[in-house]
Ligand binder design. Structure first.
Ligand code: ATP
Ligand code: PRP
Ligand code: NIO
Length: 484
């Protein structure tokens, strides 16, 4: 999707950019880390998403003539223009040269570990901060919600139906993220075309209401879509609706066609689904599926399946596309190291906070994910790519030094993959493809323990700092606090 990414930012990023430029800091380099601090939805994991759009941004980022004219017209509150002509000429010619490393979409991620790392001229790192956070925060949140919903559905396909209730055009990216998180399809046609993801759908109550009677409406729909016929049975009375659907299903069978399913969208869905199953089976339509929808989320789906609901698939809209019970992931983008120019040694940077959770981690960071012999994840080590990790392979909880875990001898993989080098996207196609990301998410969830996957009070997954990194961070805190 084409977007004016250069202006998709907060004004202060551009004013800081002019400040860096005026101060002669244009070529000074920085390393920023993006991470989040708390598990979304009080769950035990998150599904990373948003990196494909990040790659789009890197490819499309430039200040157009119109952008420059707009910026040139902005007044400073104290009088005069906000931006200088020289700086705007610099912006007009600016092309990104940053390096970006990120976990592939669909990777299972946890609080306090880098998901994206941006390295390069500080001015550029700053200019892309807002859009990067916007993409990764939102899409990771929706992919995570989708994973929770799909997990509750226990393998039954979930179709994403949320565009109408999503937060504006963000809904298009929400549809993609929902598929990355595990949905089988979306009703969102634009997302289907843009992202090459499956689309699916049934029909609305208006279809039935537009005819004089329900049976006539069902017959007309079956006529129009003999190969894609799911009938919505709850416009007037569910039991009568099922009877009418059965009539049409039997007529379709006579013609060598098949009624694919019925959809129930109101009332006590599990009770009605059991009634529907009995009626369909008794009529010999045991191959007719049952789709349930209406304000569903992971909790209602789990409860209905616990009750023995007879359901083939779910349609989930509002609560998925709007991440109903948590409006944002809260991911941050923090300066972690600086150097005077490319190739010079990095100096660590850290933001002090009274709260341990808000103390940042300095360095050029990556993550090692360690696995038990049976394939289950054991713990994640945040380390500095420029310093050999301590051979003991112990991780230290960034919030509590006393909590440590020894990962020595376990197999590990490194999580961040190159996304851009020198401003050019180098992300392999398999890392930009939504369906490949979906496969990665499903496989990643399989490596988690039941205790991390459950909805109520899941275990906290061990994410810790490499021993040397922890020591350097402590020393820097002491130095900044004037203790040494
Ligand atoms: N068996 C069930 N267990 C738990 N929740 C359910 C069950 N069946 C339905 N629900 C939920 O209960 C709510 C019922 O919605 P509501 O009270 O608006 O009734 P409705 O029949 O859907 O009305 P409308 O026809 O206006 O859509 C929905 O949020 C639905 O997801
Ligand atoms: O409930 P959701 O999870 O958001 O799923 C999407 C909903 O959108 C449609 O109806 P809509 O709500 O537009 O109208 P209706 O329920 O009055 O038919 C559909 O019938 C679902 O109920
Ligand atoms: O195709 C459907 O059944 C559908 C699509 C969007 C919203 N509600 C239902």
């Amino acid at each position: 999707m084409n977007v004016d990414y250069a202006l998709l930012t907060d004004l202060y990023q551009i004013t800081m950019a002019q400040g860096y430029w005026d101060a002669g800091k244009t070529d000074e380099e920085a390393c920023f880390t993006m991470y989040f601090r708390d598990y979304p939805f009080k769950g035990g994991y998150a599904v990373a998403c948003g990196m494909a759009q990040l790659a789009d941004m890197v490819e499309q980022f430039r200040f157009t003539e119109e952008d420059i004219a707009y910026l040139a017209g902005l007044d400073a509150p104290g009088g005069g223009r906000l931006f200088s002509g020289d700086f705007l000429s610099y912006l007009a010619d600016l092309r990104l040269t940053v390096d970006i490393d990120a976990v592939p979409e669909g990777t299972i991620v946890f609080p306090h570990e880098p998901i994206v790392r941006v390295t390069g001229p500080i001015l550029q790192c700053q200019l892309i901060e807002t859009a990067l956070l916007n993409m990764v925060n939102f899409q990771t949140l929706i992919a995570t919600k989708a994973a929770r919903v799909c997990r509750a559905a226990k393998g039954r396909p979930v179709a994403e139906f949320g565009l109408r209730r999503a937060q504006g055009l963000g809904g298009v990216w929400a549809s993609r993220a929902a598929v990355v998180g595990g949905c089988a399809s979306t009703s969102d046609v634009l997302a289907g075309r843009l992202f090459d993801i499956p689309v699916s759908g049934t029909h609305a109550h208006s279809w039935v209401m537009s005819f004089d009677d329900e049976l006539e409406a069902f017959r007309a729909y079956a006529q129009a879509f003999p190969n894609n016929c799911v009938l919505l049975v709850d416009t007037y009375d569910v039991e009568r609706g099922i009877e009418n659907a059965i009539t049409v299903g039997l007529e379709m069978r006579e013609r060598g066609e098949r009624l694919a399913g019925i959809r129930i969208d109101s009332g006590d869905l599990s009770w009605l689904s059991k009634m529907a199953r009995r009626m369909l089976d008794a009529a010999g339509l045991s191959d007719c599926g049952i789709v349930l929808s209406n304000d569903l989320d992971e909790y209602t789906i789990q409860s209905m399946l616990d009750e023995g609901a007879c359901v083939t698939s779910f349609g989930v809209g509002t609560k998925l596309a709007s991440a109903y019970d948590q409006p944002t992931l809260g991911g941050v983008y923090k300066l972690a190291a600086v150097r005077s120019r490319a190739g010079a040694p990095w100096e660590m940077r850290l933001k002090i906070s009274e709260s341990a959770a808000k103390l940042t981690t300095p360095g050029v960071l990556d993550v090692r994910r360690y696995y038990h012999a049976d394939g289950r994840v054991a713990g994640d080590m945040v380390f500095d790519v420029n310093v050999e990790p301590d051979a003991r392979e112990v991780i230290v909880d960034p919030m509590d030094d006393l909590r440590q875990k020894n990962l020595a001898g376990l197999r590990f993989e490194t999580l961040l993959e190159p996304l851009a080098r020198g401003g050019a996207v180098v992300l392999a196609p398999r890392f930009r493809n939504a369906m490949a990301a979906r496969t990665r998410a499903v496989a990643g969830l399989d490596t988690l323990d039941e205790t991390q996957l459950r909805m109520l009070n899941p275990h906290t997954y061990p994410v810790g700092l490499e021993l040397g990194l922890n020591d350097r961070r402590r020393a820097l805190v002491a130095e900044l606090r004037g203790i040494v």
